[in-house]
Design a protein around this ligand. Structure first.
Ligand code: URA
Length: 434
């Protein structure tokens, strides 16, 4: 089977067979199919879509591009969560230690930043020494011993997603339901999760513009989970404004640390409690969502979630002094607080513009090989619906180059929109698909 014929078939709106999909994924992982052909194929999929059958076959081919873990002898029930990508979404850094502190082990494979959306791996890699390339054996041993793993795609686990994910980031092929669904679900299946809580983001700072599109993606992923013998529950959550306040790697890590110390922005804390409660309830570890929420709150207030996070960092080789004293984490040279240009109610904080601005400052990549700057980013100080007086701090830019700081300031001023009349706060959740 020639790769070019598979690309042409998808370009011409035809359905690919399972054999064609498997052969393409195998060829790409082995290096026989080069990046330029995989890019063309991904663009054809992005433009012409895939049927649910093709997406399921793609997911399974990607999951089986490496080992598929069976965790039944390691943990009583394997649970995981995954977000479809947003701005300021540092949820994993809080939720996984919270759930693990409640006694439910979590082993997770996360990703690097994708387009304007940040990646958990870039955030946690702000900690010097932290390893995100655990081997399968290390993954299993750590899950057994400390009940918590946070690593990346490896040569062993879902390597097809590792390669495709990085390629999509820089080829304009992120915003595609079949590519997102297969990327997310292949990692979850490969890492052995039996129960998966999906956080499907909706709105300006996500890859799904409407509740309807997000619902379709959620249903597709829940169906794929079922076909693979797993259970998935999807929360549909808002991503029109940044989640929490911080956007940028070390800045978000600091905010996650505050939250693990039982503080943090109210919306972010609420988001984490909801996701954690869903994980605890969906596995039967808590009787219901309310009981799960109480357990999660206790894990934060007792310090047990923080203790779990410290253990995670130490076990994966991170220098724990950086999280014990977050002021040691990378700091940008130029920090500017920008005041509100007028009085009024905030009617919007365009999450995608904020995310793109963080990437412009260096928090994300424009080419696969680009390094990320852990120190830069943005902190927004308000939420939609807040009333401000002219001159109050509106946002803070953390930059390492003056020209970029100036450009970022203007983008961020444009991202904030105003009303003279009161504005309702945005909903945080729009529903659950199971
Ligand atoms: N998260 C993933 O793992 N993959 C995507 O494509 C989007 C979000």
């Amino acid at each position: 089977m020639r790769a070019v014929d598979i690309i042409i078939k998808k370009r011409d709106h035809q359905e690919l067979s399972r054999e064609e999909i498997e052969s393409f994924i195998k060829g790409y992982v082995s290096g026989e199919i080069p990046d330029y052909q995989a890019s063309a194929w991904a663009m054809a999929v992005m433009l012409n879509g895939m049927t649910a059958r093709e997406t399921t076959d793609l997911t399974l081919a990607m999951a089986h591009s490496g080992e598929v873990l069976d965790l039944s002898s390691v943990v009583p029930i394997a649970v995981d969560k995954h977000s479809t990508g947003g701005v300021g979404d540092k949820t994993t850094l809080v939720v996984e230690p919270v759930v693990a502190a409640c006694g439910l082990p979590v082993g997770k494979m996360s990703g690097h930043g994708l387009g304007f959306s940040g990646g958990t791996l870039d955030k946690i890699e702000s900690i010097p020494g932290y390893r995100v390339n655990l081997t399968t054996q290390e993954f299993l041993d750590q899950l057994r011993t400390i009940g918590l793993v946070l690593t990346g795609q490896t040569a062993d686990l879902a390597p097809a997603d590792g390669k495709l994910y990085a390629l999509r980031d820089v080829t304009g092929t992120i915003q595609s339901s079949p590519l997102i669904a297969s990327s997310v679900m292949s990692k979850k299946i490969a890492a052995g999760a039996q129960v998966i809580v999906l956080d499907v983001k909706i709105g300006l700072g996500s890859f799904m513009p409407t509740v309807e599109k997000a619902q379709e993606l959620a249903e597709l992923m829940v169906t794929i989970a079922g076909l693979a013998g797993r259970k998935a529950v999807a929360l549909l959550s808002d991503m029109n404004q940044p989640l929490g306040c911080a956007v940028g790697n070390a800045l978000e890590l600091r905010e996650a640390i505050d939250t693990l110390h039982n503080g943090g922005p109210a919306d972010f804390r609420e988001h984490c409690l909801t996701v954690a409660a869903q994980m605890l309830a969906s596995t039967g570890f808590a009787d219901d969502i309310e009981a799960g929420r109480s357990m999660a709150k206790k894990a934060l207030s007792s310090g047990q979630a923080w203790a779990k996070f410290r253990t995670l960092v130490i076990t994966q080789g991170g220098d724990v002094s950086y999280i014990d004293e977050p002021s040691r984490l990378p700091v940008a040279r130029l920090i500017e607080v920008v005041p509100a240009p007028r009085s009024g109610y905030l009617s919007g904080i365009h999450a995608r513009i904020v995310g793109e601005t963080a990437v412009l400052l260096g928090a994300g990549r424009s080419r696969k090989s680009d390094p990320v700057d852990y120190s830069v980013g943005v902190v927004v100080h308000h939420k939609v619906g807040d009333r401000l007086e002219k001159g109050q701090p509106l946002f803070t830019v953390h930059a390492n180059h003056i020209e970029l700081l100036q450009e970022a300031r203007q983008h961020l001023l444009d991202a904030h929109t105003w009303s003279d009349d009161p504005v309702s706060p945005l909903s945080q959740f729009y529903g659950v698909v199971e």
